[in-house]
Design a protein around this ligand. Structure first.
Ligand code: ZN
Length: 264
């Protein structure tokens, strides 16, 4: 059994080049997509990240750091994670599991919408995040690590399920802590109906980060980024960086291509 893989592109924005690629492109702005992903198999619905539907909350943060040019806009009129799920015949209560690649606002803010879901997170990633909260809270500011959503994960025993590297309880879905962009960044590796699919988290914001082995500008551990790129470049599979603007094209191309045994 394999999972169908669907991109939920909910918002678009411009970001400074030096944010996408570490210490490069100070005078360039780049189009950034904000995506979550829907995996479906046999009546089971899994999200990889859950996005943010209230863009105003994030835009308040972005306005203060990037100005009007850096604000996010919905990917289309009325588009949100909720609307993208509805287009696919799903309501938030139908989501069984949310696999979180990290706790940044654009990946976790909608958590409270998914009251029936279990949330998967890397154990190492969670512990490193909690350690920073204790020792260096300035590294996990409320503005980008929303306490409402994170508190919701912690509020009910069993809601947050910490997983070790390797297979999770969901058949065909594995986790691998990568760090780099944030202490908790985690990749998920999925047996998809288009072949092996890797969600690398924001340690690889775009395909270019991986191809050029160039860390993102927003980074807590540069060495971990290089390690992640080494792993991604050595691993056969379709890598879906969460902010790449060409993702939908990439996926539809892959769906049309005949799969080779090597890729499966
Ligand atoms: Zn992100």
């Amino acid at each position: 059994m394999t999972w169908s893989v669907d991109v939920l592109h909910y918002a678009t924005g411009l970001v400074p080049g030096a944010q996408v690629r570490w210490l490069t492109g100070f005078d360039q702005w780049q189009v950034f997509h904000f995506n979550a992903f829907l995996l479906r198999q046999d009546g089971q619905n899994v999200l990889v990240d859950c996005g943010i539907d209230d863009l105003d909350v994030f835009n308040t943060v972005l306005r203060s750091t990037l100005g009007e040019r850096g604000l996010l806009h919905p990917a289309g009129p009325g588009v949100s994670i909720r609307s993208l799920l509805a287009e696919r015949g799903l309501e938030p209560r139908d989501i069984d599991v949310v696999a979180l690649t990290h706790l940044h606002i654009d990946h976790v803010a909608n958590a409270q919408m998914f009251r029936n879901a279990t949330f998967l997170m890397s154990r190492v990633g969670y512990e490193r995040h909690a350690d920073l909260e204790r020792r260096l809270p300035e590294m996990v500011p409320e503005a980008v690590f929303p306490s409402g959503a994170i508190g919701f994960l912690r509020e009910k025993p069993g809601r947050l399920e910490l997983v070790d590297d390797g297979p999770t309880a969901l058949a065909g879905i594995s986790a691998k802590h990568v760090g780099g962009h944030t202490a908790d960044c985690t990749a998920f590796i999925v047996d998809g109906d288009i072949g092996k699919v890797i969600f690398p988290s924001d340690t690889a914001w775009t395909a270019l980060n991986i191809a050029e082995r160039h860390p993102p500008g927003s980074v807590v551990n540069v060495a971990e980024c290089y390690e992640a790129f080494r792993w991604l470049n050595a691993t056969k599979g379709i890598v879906l960086p969460p902010h790449d603007a060409q993702l939908s094209d990439l996926l539809s191309r892959k769906a049309d291509e005949p799969r080779t045994n090597e890729e499966v």
